[in-house]
Write a protein that binds this ligand. Structure first.
Ligand SMILES: NC(=O)c1ccc[n+]([C@@H]2O[C@H](COP(=O)([O-])OP(=O)(O)OC[C@H]3O[C@@H](n4cnc5c(N)ncnc54)[C@H](O)[C@@H]3O)[C@@H](O)[C@H]2O)c1
Ligand SMILES: [Zn+2]
Ligand SMILES: [Zn+2]
Length: 349
């Protein structure tokens, strides 16, 4: 089969690989029909993710059709259409029993990281019963690809951890796919204000179309003043960090109001200062989280009922034989205006 392979920092290729086989009784082999690229795949290609070794097939998002199942798989059979979760969960370890699947002792985020992933014609999915979801009849598969990772991440790490409330003021720093997923799912709770902060006017325009109440371009250094003006000097009740650099986490500390919650989503590679000299008396909460994908079934229901439309996040489409072009487009999002790219099985060249 053809597969997209990480070969070491800044090195990548499409290679011929053997089709994966069932290795444990709880495995399923899934034929990928659609996959996508995540910002985290770009982190891997930069060499930022040491658990991902050269030779690894990337990808932790996608939908497909079950080709074969191991003897212990009870919930799926060959021919079933499935959504793949970015998190593999055994369902039995102490963390899984607490619904903290991201820390499953033999799973968690392994797909396209420590085991081969979904940017290939076929993928082996461990713990298929607890890591795949059946696709409802009539569901739009492009939309469901957004449920493997970005919608649960925006919702769980940003909206749930950030305790977004009706009538509250929310700021989301970073209007990439993850920040926009937080924006879409924050609206379940009817906050009064959702202020999007980014450096990219195109992404801020998209955010306004997705339901933001204000857009702040922080490149002029005036973001704090603008947020304080919008919130009557109080600051926000929830500040969601969806970038992963010191400047944006510091921005969250500056704009948070008394009693508020800073919910970090971004993957940080450098240390960030904690300004307790300003925050010690402000009754704030800071949360961190690796997505657990405990909300996937709920989000499937929400998408099916058309309460949110993840199709809004899809900007480009490629067949699998053009996956290198898809990476090129996604890597240059500022010029190409890419948000999420769909990569579909098949060829166009
Ligand atoms: N916690 C988790 O489980 C989890 C899961 C998936 C992704 N992530 C992380 O979430 C983060 C966001 O992911 P994404 O795919 O949306 O990333 P992205 O790179 O597409 O988007 C980041 C956005 O931040 C903006 N930005 C950059 N610097 C800024 C600054 N100084 N001020 C304001 N805006 C700035 C960029 O213009 C861009 O729009 C990444 O760090 C990613 O690794 C975390
Ligand atoms: Zn991801
Ligand atoms: Zn487990």
């Amino acid at each position: 089969m053809k597969a997209f392979v990480y070969l070491g920092p800044a090195m990548k290729a499409v290679e011929d690989r053997p089709k994966p086989a069932v290795a444990a009784p709880t495995d399923a082999i899934v034929r990928i029909t659609k996959t996508t690229i995540c910002g985290t795949d770009l982190h891997i290609l930069k060499g930022d993710v040491p658990t991902c070794k050269p030779g690894r097939i990337l990808g932790h998002e996608g939908v497909g059709v079950v080709e074969q199942v191991g003897p212990a798989v009870a919930a799926f059979k060959a021919g079933d259409r499935v959504l793949i979760s970015c998190i593999s969960a055994c369902g039995k370890c102490a963390y899984c029993r607490k619904l903290m699947y991201s820390h499953c002792t033999t799973g968690g985020w392994i797909l396209g990281n420590s085991i081969d992933g979904t940017q290939a014609e076929y993928v082996r999915i461990p713990y298929a019963d607890t890591s795949l979801y059946p696709i409802p009849d009539g569901a739009d598969e492009d939309a469901l690809v957004m449920l493997s990772d970005i919608l649960p991440t925006g919702f769980e790490c940003g909206v749930l951890n950030g305790r977004v409330q009706p009538g509250s003021a929310v700021a989301i720093v970073g209007a990439g796919p993850i920040g926009l997923a937080a924006l879409l799912t924050a609206q379940f709770y009817s906050p009064a204000e959702i202020i999007m902060i980014d450096l990219d006017d195109n992404r801020l325009d998209v955010a306004m179309r997705f339901g933001a109440t204000a857009a702040v371009n922080s490149s002029d250094g005036q973001a704090l003043e603008k947020v304080m003006k919008i919130t009557g000097g109080r600051g926000v009740d929830t500040a969601i960090e969806a970038v992963g650099i010191p400047a944006t986490f510091e921005m969250c500390q500056a704009i948070i109001g008394p009693g508020g919650t800073i919910a970090n989503i971004g993957v940080h590679g450098a240390k960030v200062d904690l300004h307790l000299e300003n925050l010690w008396d402000r009754n704030i909460t800071i949360t961190t989280r690796l997505v657990d994908t405990v909300s996937t079934q709920m989000l499937l229901n929400v998408v099916r009922s058309r309460k949110i439309d993840p199709m809004l996040l899809i900007t480009h489409r490629f067949k699998f034989d053009r996956i290198l072009d898809a990476y090129e487009t996604f890597e240059h999002a500022a010029n190409t205006k890419a948000l999420k790219v769909i990569i579909e099985a098949g060829s166009e060249l």
